[in-house]
Design a protein around this ligand. Structure first.
Ligand SMILES: *[C@@H]1O[C@H](CO)[C@@H](O)[C@H](O)[C@H]1NC(C)=O
Ligand SMILES: *[C@@H]1O[C@H](CO)[C@@H](O)[C@H](O)[C@H]1NC(C)=O
Ligand SMILES: *[C@@H]1O[C@H](CO)[C@@H](O)[C@H](O)[C@H]1NC(C)=O
Length: 356
């Protein structure tokens, strides 16, 4: 079911990109505004993939902050001089930006799926067009989740440290990890990313798939996933994968209490947001064997200082928020964000509006 709807979304996306390119080659100079001048779009990060920038430039003039990374002050200043903003990065996006944008600013799209840094309520209150880029990153992030499951459970980091310290010992009892085959995997947050992880895991012959969330997901049955209360998921799972948005309700959902429910052989994987986890409690749990290992793409804070205690733990496999970091995925995200901004400026429905 879900793979079907994902397929439909992807096809729609391609159709949309295709139509967009025909339109733009036929009429590259047609302005969206009827007063003869082209709209102006601020892209808040100079390193945004060209695919997206070029899409914008077909119909708009694009400006960037002078600095990289940009200061909030400069972004706020420029917000008042543009018709649309492509908001790239996790800087707070709130009423202040809309106020500074004033009456000229008509649309904003982020280039992310998680919207925890956006004051969505404020956009909703003002009915202000807001876009984001979910779905296209599901595959890349799900791949990362599976990679982290393997890396953490098979002690990749600890093994590498042993080599570095001339402690490669070997032998039948050395550096043994945990299997994925036959295991119980619990996915907290069974949305697009969680379900994509589940599809990936079909090839691993896992024993049982559990998920928790606010309501049953229609796609779960086809994926063989069973809805259970979060506490049961934590108690039963050999792998706990966090794929849930960060909200007031999910902040520190993994804490001393919930970690203590997990099996001492369990592996925690986080590809969502660092603040889902009380990181001090996680460090304690990894140190004293409350759980076996963790594979983390997201941490608190980001960037994580090199001397953070988490990085000293052999059973924490940590990577620097690389979930969606592939050439193709970032290109797709930039193009969708650009399409969102273009539609928003034209007063049309966005390709991927945030459903506030
Ligand atoms: C022309 O339209 C653009 C796009 O809406 C707007 O940004 C600009 O301020 C307008 N210029 C004038 C002189 O009205
Ligand atoms: C730990 O997380 C659970 C839910 O995941 C929550 O109910 C509980 O209040 C949290 N406890 C603390 C101390 O944060
Ligand atoms: C490990 O440390 C945590 C946090 O201090 C504590 O709650 C837990 O009981 C400890 N577990 C063991 C096995 O020592």
């Amino acid at each position: 079911m879900k793979s079907h709807s994902t397929l439909v979304s992807v096809l729609l996306l391609h159709l949309w990109l295709f139509i967009g390119s025909i339109e733009s080659t036929n009429a590259p100079t047609v302005d969206m505004a009827n007063n003869g001048s082209r709209p102006v779009v601020l892209v808040t990060n100079k390193e945004t993939p060209l695919k997206g920038i070029q899409k914008l430039q077909l119909k708009c003039d694009v400006i960037f902050p002078s600095t990289h990374p940009a200061t909030r002050e400069e972004i706020l200043k420029l917000a008042g001089q543009v018709d649309g903003i492509m908001w790239v990065g996790h800087m707070a996006l709130n009423g202040e930006v809309l106020d500074r944008g004033g009456s000229r600013l008509k649309a904003i799209s982020t280039m992310s799926a998680g919207m925890d840094y956006v004051d969505v309520e404020e956009f909703k209150r003002r009915k202000f067009p807001l876009g984001y880029t979910p779905i296209v990153l599901n595959d890349a992030v799900a791949d990362t989740a599976v990679g982290l499951m393997i890396a953490a459970s098979r002690r990749f980091h600890e093994g590498r440290l042993a080599i570095d310290h001339s402690q490669w010992i070997g032998g039948p009892q050395w550096m043994l990890g945990r299997d994925i085959k036959g295991s119980t995997v619990g996915i907290i947050g069974f949305g697009g990313i969680g379900q994509t992880v589940a599809r990936r895991l079909k090839g691993f012959e896992i024993g049982q798939l559990l998920y928790s969330g606010r309501r049953p997901k229609p796609e779960a049955e086809a994926l063989g996933a069973k809805l259970v209360p979060q506490s049961e998921l934590l108690q039963e799972s050999d792998y706990v994968v966090l794929a849930v948005p960060l909200t007031k309700e999910t902040y520190h959902m993994i804490n001393e209490t919930t970690l203590s429910l997990m099996k001492p052989t369990a592996v925690l994987v986080n590809v969502a947001r660092g603040d889902l986890v009380d990181q001090l409690a996680l460090v304690a749990a990894l140190k004293n064997g409350t759980i076996f290992a963790a594979g983390l793409d997201v941490v608190t804070p980001e960037p994580l200082p090199a001397d953070d205690e988490l990085l000293k733990l052999p059973n924490a496999f940590v990577i620097p928020h690389l979930g969606s970091a592939t050439v193709q995925t970032r290109d797709n995200m930039a193009e969708i964000a650009a399409l969102n901004v273009l539609s928003g400026i034209a007063g049309a429905p966005m390709f991927s509006p945030y459903p506030y």
